[in-house]
Design a protein around this ligand. Structure first.
Ligand code: EPU
Length: 337
């Protein structure tokens, strides 16, 4: 294991922002991890754990040590009549794990196809898309306590999952290194295709869903048509979270904006932040090197050469205008460093 100094993070963040880390190290085995915890460069510096870098915005150089999760491996722990239990290491590419499941005909994560990033980062924010969330099929998370180096297995409840949220983003922020996750997937048909965009797609194309691959193919197609490819245009997916309101707030908003889209989700009402941003006239707008994506207003993009601060300036302008027009507070989904 080699500690590198003054390391460029340019290729390690999908926004394509130029930023350096004072120290950088890649962890390839659980043994490496134990060694890392004893190094003075690790003990004496601020720490940051990085997966695919697809949900982070660097606004300055990182004055500490960046640890890249490179733990690899996928194994089937249990193969039962109706279900399988799969363990995947944190450094695996999330989409590769989805493809493994889909190609074997296992149901559960097909709606989460093409989400950029790694397996280890997935529980951090309980990744979600097209009506599914990681928590729907997650069994447990294995993580090492930083410093002590002790491994703890978190069951689903202990992960305290919420909308784009988990205990790892809150009370335990920076305290654990996620080494692996375990999922329970279904061998018998268990489709989840009621999310409007997805349901419309199947109806329009006259597709009868027979296996998880049908769903995965559709999700990949829809995502390609709406979300920019970070290899071509720097971005970190949705920059903001959707907004949740109660019935009273919705009624007030509907008096003024009768067409406001809203979706009931577990007692709360979701207002798509993309719609709010679009209504404020931001969709497709470009300011210098940064802009709001033309097909999905939740996505901020780097047209090349942008700094993290330029992205933040744009984000702040958007937050202010949504607040002024709707009285609603947008909050970033992306981790700002
Ligand atoms: N909408 C607009 N204008 C826009 C974008 C969206 O009016 O520019 C409205 C439309 O009413 C549309 C609704 O928002 O029907 C929902 O849009 P979409 O299905 O694209 O989903 P979203 O709520 O904007 C969320 C996730 C995405 C995920 C999609 C699909 C968050 C913050 N974002 O976006 O996740 O792919 O659903 O399920 O929850 C990500 O986290 O990086 C991400 C891309």
């Amino acid at each position: 294991m080699k500690i590198l100094k003054d390391y460029s993070l340019f290729k390690l963040n999908t926004f394509g922002i130029l930023a350096n880390a004072k120290f950088f190290v890649g962890v390839e085995s659980e043994k490496d991890l134990a060694e890392l915890f004893n190094l003075s460069e690790f003990k004496q510096n601020k720490k940051m754990f990085l997966g695919g870098g697809s949900n982070v915005l660097f606004t300055k150089d990182f004055d500490g040590i960046v640890v890249l999760n490179k733990l690899k491996g996928v194994e089937i722990l249990e193969n039962n009549a109706d279900t399988v239990i799969i363990r995947a290491m944190g450094g695996e590419i999330w989409h590769d794990l989805v493809m493994f499941a889909v190609n074997n005909g296992y149901w559960g994560i097909e709606n989460l196809s093409s989400i950029p990033g790694t397996v280890g980062a997935a529980p951090m924010q309980n990744i979600g898309a097209y009506g599914a969330e990681l928590k729907d099929c997650l069994e447990s998370v294995e993580a090492y306590e930083i410093g002590a180096g002790k491994k703890k297995i978190f069951n689903k409840k202990e992960c305290e999952f919420g909308y784009r949220d988990s205990v790892f983003k809150n009370e335990l922020k920076g305290k654990y290194f996620i080494s692996a996750i375990t999922l329970k997937l279904d061998k018998k048909e268990k489709k989840n295709i009621t999310y409007k965009v997805l349901a419309d797609f199947f109806e329009r194309n006259n597709i009868k869903v027979k296996n998880p691959k049908d769903v995965s193919d559709a999700v990949i197609f829809i995502r390609k048509s709406k979300l920019p490819d970070p290899k071509i245009l720097g971005n970190a997916g949705s920059f903001f979270k959707n907004v949740f309101v109660d019935k009273g707030q919705l009624e007030k908003l509907r008096n003024k904006y009768p067409d406001i889209p809203h979706f009931e989700e577990n007692e709360a009402i979701k207002i798509p932040a993309g719609w709010l941003i679009e209504q404020c006239g931001w969709k497709g707008k470009r300011i210098g090197n940064v802009g709001v994506h033309e097909k999905q207003a939740l996505v901020l993009v780097n047209y090349g050469g942008a700094t993290g601060l330029e992205i933040m300036e744009l984000a702040n302008k958007i937050i202010i205008s949504v607040k002024e027009k709707f009285g609603l507070e947008l909050s970033p989904e992306v981790n700002i460093v």
